[in-house]
Write a protein that binds this ligand. Structure first.
Ligand code: SD4
Length: 334
């Protein structure tokens, strides 16, 4: 399925959900006048939200933790592990598309309600980078390990070596190498993307996780926003949490997730904060061709925000009441 077709289907697919929502709707700007997008203003806990349609399965695993009175930290780890293990997902963990040299390299980070955080970048041959990131957070005085150091640390902690390049991903890479696009890495390739997950548990604590194989066919050694605390993910238990997906370079340039949390601290709703971050990305980039970025935010009271540069970004939201795939608000159409 082409990305364009996927986006179309995904937009149509949530039509029913949008129809039954009673929350307010608004738009980022006039370009979006024909969209029907939800602004979620209802507060609730526990709650878990995560990026893209693969978040639906990931949220189910996270919800098992949350509904049993577990911690948001456990929920956001268990949740994204589902996506990391899915061989059909082309941009996270096992089955992720490799870099230009045919090597699958993974970025991930986690942050909890006590401002503790851990990350791994350019990690190879380990199925669950999110769990290695958690070990960095819990078992070391550091925040981030990269490359061989991260891999050696993972082995030391008992994570098994695993080849993550599936036959399908290898075939796609080989076809890309032979194609005219060879010099052009692809973002959002194959209709999937990074998973970022934010949860508020029954105790009122926030945590977040983010994990990806990154930009398909990137230069070897490239690290995106996803493992960078403040860019791909940020949590402040006094205020809220945010995560990002899409073109990591653009997210890093505005320290996206931290920016959103600070905007919430200054009084913006999660929705307003996400929209401001999207608008800032647009203001700071002259060429927006293919520059898709999506943000999610979760306030301390359980209020949700979501916005993207282009249409097509959606997120999964799970509460005691619902398990839904929802279209994010967007600034412009492809
Ligand atoms: C990155 N933000 O590496 C991540 C991955 C992503 O579509 O979202 N890819 O830039």
């Amino acid at each position: 399925m082409s990305r364009r077709k996927f986006i179309k289907q995904s937009v149509l697919g949530v039509g029913g959900i949008m129809a039954i929502q009673s929350t307010a709707r608004c738009e980022i700007n006039s370009e979006q006048s024909d969209s029907k997008i939800i602004t979620d203003t209802k507060s609730m806990k526990p709650i878990v939200i995560s990026t893209w349609n693969h978040g639906m399965d990931a949220n189910k695993a996270a919800w098992e933790v949350l509904k049993a009175n577990g911690t948001a930290l456990d929920a956001v780890e268990k949740g994204v592990m589902v996506t990391e293990s899915d061989p059909n997902n082309r941009s996270v963990g096992l089955g992720g598309l490799p870099d230009r040299d045919g090597i699958v390299t993974l970025d991930a980070c986690v942050m909890n309600h006590e401002n503790e955080c851990g990350a791994v970048a350019c990690l190879t041959d380990i199925e669950h980078p999110i769990s290695v990131a958690r070990k960095v957070m819990e078992d070391t005085p550091h925040v981030m390990l990269v490359g061989k150091g991260a891999y050696d640390f993972a082995l030391e902690k008992g994570f098994p070596h695993k080849n993550l390049l599936t036959a399908e991903a290898k075939k796609a890479w080989q076809e890309w190498k032979e194609s005219e696009d060879q010099k052009k890495p692809e973002i959002n390739h194959e209709n999937h993307d990074t998973i970022g997950m934010l949860a508020l548990d029954a105790h009122g604590n926030l945590s977040g996780s983010c994990t990806t194989s990154g930009w398909a066919y990137k230069l070897h050694g490239r690290v995106g926003d996803s493992p960078i605390i403040g860019a791909g993910l940020f949590v402040d238990n006094e205020v809220g949490a945010a995560c990002a997906t899409g073109l990591g370079e653009a997210v890093v340039r505005i320290a996206g997730s931290h920016t959103i949390v600070e905007l919430m601290r200054a009084g913006k709703t999660p929705q307003e904060a996400c929209e401001e971050a999207v608008n800032r990305i647009i203001r700071k980039h002259k060429d927006l061709t293919g520059l898709q970025v999506g943000f999610l935010a979760l306030g301390k009271n359980g209020a949700v925000g979501a916005a993207s540069v282009y249409n097509g970004f959606n997120y999964a939201k799970t509460t005691n009441e619902n398990h839904q795939l929802i279209d994010a608000k967007f600034n412009r159409k492809w």
